[in-house]
Design a protein. Structure first.
Length: 332
């Protein structure tokens, strides 16, 4: 098993964004000390759900504060970025960290950053395959050029030239098919249970190489205590946070019932005593064949509790689940 942490840089009520970002880096340092394999940082724009607008930038800070742990983005929003620029930033982090950086990318949504950054809805609605192909070319060749609908430029050298394979966030059959066709590993979100993860893996195909699944990870002295803590803290973050997803064109969007969503996470994810966390992680591995999980550890809403959760997971859960067999045959 390869196990990491997942950091949303969550904007819980009363937490100043600058402090959240500093605490996020401290959490990566704590994860290294606790024995985790990697730490993945989310990116969001203009909302309190996550207050890190550049996952690659914060990943660079975290890499500079650590020496062993891998650091990834979960995810950099490709629809709001130029693929070659993003590839250049990923190449820098790969080279200066000794290969400890993993670039995760996603399509994103029809959100406000498309307007602010001037990319427009077409990049989101039909430009993701072209953006992904250009990113892969820039991460896999010494030179790159483009002659497509959204990108057109002469051949230029990639400096530094690297050989990296991005991970792709997949929430729909179309994106799964896109990743599978290009042989890119998937990142599966927290909104899925084991059945949902297994379904997307079946759509992808038999090879499960390098796929990563994000789950909530929270340990307490008892399952009742751990669940009560998340039920008390998470709605105050998720309510205004999820409301921050504002469509740029005013289209209607589905809204989750926050209390029901928290109950779903507590019921299906490793939230509880150490024994229950181990049991649920082993169940996920058995049902899906995954061997890479990243645990969202910020659910209690405070710096102190996040660091305690990381330490307890490292001491009470990691040694046990690393003995869990899996059918996964590779890493990203």
């Amino acid at each position: 098993m390869r196990v990491g942490i997942f950091l949303v840089a969550a904007g819980f009520p009363g937490r100043e964004p600058g402090q959240v970002l500093r605490d996020t880096v401290d959490a990566v340092v704590a994860a290294e000390e606790a024995g985790f394999d990697d730490a993945w940082i989310a990116e969001h724009h203009f909302m309190s759900y996550g207050v890190c607008p550049s996952a690659v930038t914060l990943a660079g800070v975290a890499l500079g504060r650590t020496s062993r742990i891998g650091v990834g983005t979960a995810v950099s929003v490709l629809s709001a970025r130029h693929p070659v620029e993003l590839a250049e930033q990923a190449a820098i982090l790969d080279q200066v960290s000794g290969g400890r950086f993993t670039l995760g990318v996603g399509r994103g949504g029809p959100w406000l950053e498309l307007e602010v950054f001037g990319m427009g809805l077409p990049r989101f609605e039909r430009g993701f395959p072209e953006s992904l192909d250009l990113l892969c070319a820039a991460l896999g060749q010494d030179t790159v050029s483009a002659d497509g609908e959204f990108f057109r430029f002469r051949e230029v050298p990639m400096v530094p030239a690297v050989r990296l394979r991005p991970v792709v966030a997949c929430t729909s059959p179309g994106t799964v098919a896109l990743a599978a066709k290009r042989g890119l590993p998937m990142l599966l979100g927290m909104h899925l249970d084991d059945e949902g993860r297994a379904g997307l893996l079946r759509e992808y195909g038999d090879a499960h190489e390098g796929h990563v699944a994000a789950v909530v990870g929270h340990v307490g002295d008892s399952t009742r205590e751990a669940v009560a803590e998340l039920r008390a803290a998470m709605p105050g973050w998720l309510g205004p946070g999820l409301a921050g997803y504002v469509p740029v064109d005013g289209r209607p969007t589905a809204r989750r019932d926050v209390a029901d969503y928290v109950d779903f996470l507590c019921r299906t994810h490793p939230v509880g005593s150490a024994d229950l966390c181990v049991e649920r992680i082993e169940r996920t591995v058995a049902r899906t064949g995954l061997s890479r999980l990243i645990l969202m550890v910020e659910g209690a809403g405070s710096r102190e509790r996040t660091l305690e959760t990381i330490r307890r997971l490292g001491a009470e859960v990691l040694p046990r689940i690393r003995k869990t067999p899996s059918s996964d045959r590779g890493t990203a």
